[in-house]
Design a protein around this ligand. Sequence first.
Ligand code: GLU
Length: 464
Amino acid sequence: MTMIRTRFAPSPTGFLHIGGARTALFSWAFARHHGGQFVLRIEDTDVARSTPAAVQAIIDGMNWLGLAHDEGPFYQMQRMDRYKEALRQMLADGHAYCCYTTQEELDAMREEQRAKGLKPRYDGTWRPEPGKTLPTPPAGVLPVIRFKNPTEGVVAWNDLVKGRIEIANAELDDLIIARQDGTPTYNFCVVVDDWDMKITHVIRGDDHVNNTPRQINILKALGAEVPLYAHLSMILGDDGQKLSKRHGAVSVMQYHEDGYLPEAVLNYLARLGWSHGDDEVFSMEQFCAWFDLDHITPSAAQFNTEKLNWLNAHYIKQTDNARLAGLVRPRLEAREVSVTDTPSLEAIIGLYKERISNLNELADAAEVFYIDLTPNAELLAQHLTPEAKPALADFIAGIREVAWEAPAIGALIKSCIGAHGLKMPKLAMPLRILLTGQAQTPSVDAVVALFPREVVIKRLAAAA
Ligand code: GLU
């Protein structure tokens, strides 16, 4: 049986886009599902736009998501000699030819065709045909190399997502495969790479559907086996428009910054255009076991930030406190908060992780335990009412003696409110605000118990 080989072939011109990450995930999972191999290829031939920082951003994004490649990264710029050799082969076999038509001539040709209401295309002046005498190459003009596209018949493939797609060869121009300076063009590099890298399944965005018939024709001319193609529909934003920065984060590493866990992002992306019954929450092991190309929807998938947030909250709840502390600590350090052992970050996380939906919110919750806090005066005035003050004073007196654990502290709070005929929030609210600056916290006795006793005394004394 043939080894299944897929690839992810990003152009390093910015960051790893969330849509690119979905393509990478599907290619990776398909290879994993079949015990195959996943290749990473960096398509960096657009030298004006490709940067080392962008290459690094792709690698960082892939690493963060844990989408490990089995081969590569291969860099197209390092394979120029190989493309040139393939170009020579194409010329020698009569599948490509030198074309001396200049840019000015092409522009004039297009202008004339448009004026006549025709579709602009190269007129085939330099295309060799049996019995045709070619013009003499003009002196001083460097040729481009064009692919001799078949003129008859159709090029067709059974797209594994979109079904059968068929294009008449008559619709296709003779594509330029090398520029005047001899450098190969985009489609040619892709074809040689997919061939050399023995790619069996090309899984990519459907913005490449138009390239596919040209690539198939060139592959055939090279005598290469044509891979199978699966073109994934694009991802739309929450509002149905093409996903862009307007919709929030589009860079994978922005999700990292924004406090998402990679497993939440992966689980979310997996369901973006693919389904397995009603399953919404699953591990990558399950995904790889289930993933196939039959259950990819051909229609565009819509991004849903709420669902991603829900998944992130779910995974945060499932994650043990020690790992979460390891993820939250650098976020606090970046804010120049020095994290001490009392209270322990793990203990804070244990108390708060049920209530938040990302790591930054967890850091926000933890931060107040480690800084010198001055609660918002207005908020405090609103909750620290005259009737609450005597109960607070009793509580302050009581905490010097009480056993330092949530149940005993809870009992003390109850006795303080009982003595003054108050309801729980009357005392709980000012306590929350004085201790954490926030009106919403987990159970107040548990919050008090997290702090060292002296810190509670100090923070509450500020209100007296
Ligand atoms: N480099 C192309 C891109 O980033 C992908 C090419 C391909 O997958 O064939 O859109």
